[in-house]
Design a protein around this ligand. Structure first.
Ligand SMILES: [Ca+2]
Ligand SMILES: [Ca+2]
Length: 462
């Protein structure tokens, strides 16, 4: 049994010296000194900021999921201007709205910016990739063009991470829409289902849930996409729950995804790989997880899973599945034994905050030649649950994690995305506008300190 206390004490907090973190919400107030970094709240009141990239003018471009807009923020004056407002975006309190954005690799020539968001097609909710042209004269995003439309969408687990690869193709994460859990418990989870040729002929992309998509810049299927179950589609990898962060390190594509009540995952994505969900969470080890297909339970709507499991509900062991293409994670946050207690009284009604997860929301790569020597060749992961950045040192070939995980900048905020400045000396985070967190004292907290914020942590060392 992995005792809870030992599990926390096992973390090594290198280079981070916590001072009492004050509860500041006003822009330009100093958050705290996380020596050798100084934290500062640059902006507050963004409407669910979701993704950030460096714009062409050295400014930070931020999508606001519920704000239905992209804004431009000057990282010196913190002046904010609106690049585009998109009122037709379908927004929701948690997962729907404007998600990731990325500049085209040939942006200098094409001025193209790719976005993804949920929308209504008649009465049916869908998800799409759209591209805009940046007009440098007016500093606006104009001339929207649909790239890939009619992707599945819903009230939960949308994915939405969007990047370009060194191969010139677009990569988009698609979540499982939260099927087989919560309010969507009786809908079958389709993360293992692969698209058929008949569906693709009709542009029926319903099987694209729980996948990573690889999309040509014009929305087509790249000719070298993997053939899965005899069919070539936009699907690059499958068997995902809710992957959000993506980053390329050289030719290697890493992804983070939210696990169920344990086993958040860092994955190295390979073409055609099956990442296990919902049959397997984390490693194929039969520990603290087994698949229950609620859609097969009679009178599913009436069953309260917290109270009892009906006798016709088989819990299927992970080792039951023989999947030759299964890819285990590079690492998990965290894998625990069957004997682990998921009900820590510290967390009361917010018991999920006490689960062995971090809720990883984004990824960034700290380069091997960056000025922060101790950080060189590391992966950074932002955490929604702890309001912290986790740093994972990589092996020289970037194939593995090598060394201890460090945790930085913990405040009572949900860190939605992390972005590194071009000079490698500033680390930016955007924060959710609402939600619950674990605060600086390890206690559950319903009050976010800097909702809808942009925070910068500046390196003060040599
Ligand atoms: Ca997995
Ligand atoms: Ca497992």
């Amino acid at each position: 049994m992995i005792a809870k206390k030992n599990w926390f004490l096992g973390w090594v907090f290198l280079f981070v010296f916590f001072t009492a973190a004050p509860t500041l919400a006003a822009p330009n107030d100093e958050i705290s000194t996380f020596e050798p970094f100084v934290g500062q709240v640059a902006l507050a009141g963004l409407e669910s900021p979701w993704a950030m990239v460096w714009g062409p003018d050295g400014h930070i471009w931020i999508t606001e999921r519920e704000g239905q807009r992209v804004v431009d923020v000057d990282p010196v004056s913190w002046r904010k201007t609106v690049l585009v407002e998109i009122p037709q975006i379908k927004k929701g309190p948690q997962h729907e709205g404007l998600l990731g954005l990325v500049l085209a690799p040939d942006f200098k020539k094409s001025n193209l910016v790719y976005l993804n968001y949920t929308y209504l097609d008649g009465t049916s909710e869908k998800h799409k990739i759209v591209r805009y042209k940046y007009d440098a004269a007016t500093k606006k995003l104009v001339n929207p063009e649909d790239v890939l439309v009619g992707l599945p969408a819903g009230s939960d687990h949308q994915g939405g991470g969007l990047i370009f690869g060194p191969d010139g193709q677009l990569y988009l994460t698609k979540g499982d829409l939260g099927h087989n859990q919560g309010a969507n418990r009786c809908k079958p989870n389709e993360a293992q289902r692969l698209p058929t040729a008949e569906e693709l002929a009709k542009k029926d992309y319903s099987a694209y849930v729980g996948k990573t998509l690889r999309v040509a810049p014009d929305g087509g299927v790249p000719t070298d996409n993997p053939i899965l179950n005899g069919v070539k589609s936009h699907v690059f990898t499958y068997g995902h729950r809710n992957p959000q962060g993506l980053v390329f390190i050289g030719q290697r594509l890493y992804s983070v995804e939210h696990g169920p009540s344990s086993d958040d995952e860092l994955n190295l994505l390979v073409a055609g790989g099956n990442y296990g969900w919902p049959l397997i969470a984390g490693y194929q080890d039969d520990q603290a997880y087994g698949y229950i297909d609620w859609s097969k339970v009679s009178k599913c709507e009436k069953v309260k899973p917290d109270v009892y499991l009906p006798s016709d509900t088989p819990v299927e062991k992970e080792t039951k599945w023989d999947r030759k293409d299964f890819q285990e994670p590079v690492r998990t946050f965290y894998t625990v034994a069957n004997s682990y207690s998921f009900k820590d009284p510290t967390f009361g009604a917010l018991s999920y905050l006490g689960w062995p997860t971090i809720a990883p929301s984004s990824l960034a790569y700290y380069p091997a030649n960056g000025p922060i020597k101790a950080w060189r060749n590391s992966i950074l992961i932002s955490s929604l649950k702890n309001g912290a950045i986790y740093r994972l040192p990589l092996s020289g070939d970037a194939k593995n994690i090598q060394g201890d995980v460090s945790k930085y900048f913990h405040t009572a905020n949900r860190y939605r995305q992390v972005l590194i400045s071009p000079d490698g000396r500033s680390i930016y985070v955007i924060t959710d506008s609402s939600g619950n967190v674990i605060d600086e004292n390890g206690k559950p907290d319903k009050i976010l300190r800097n909702p809808g914020g942009l925070i910068v942590f500046k390196f003060t060392g040599n």
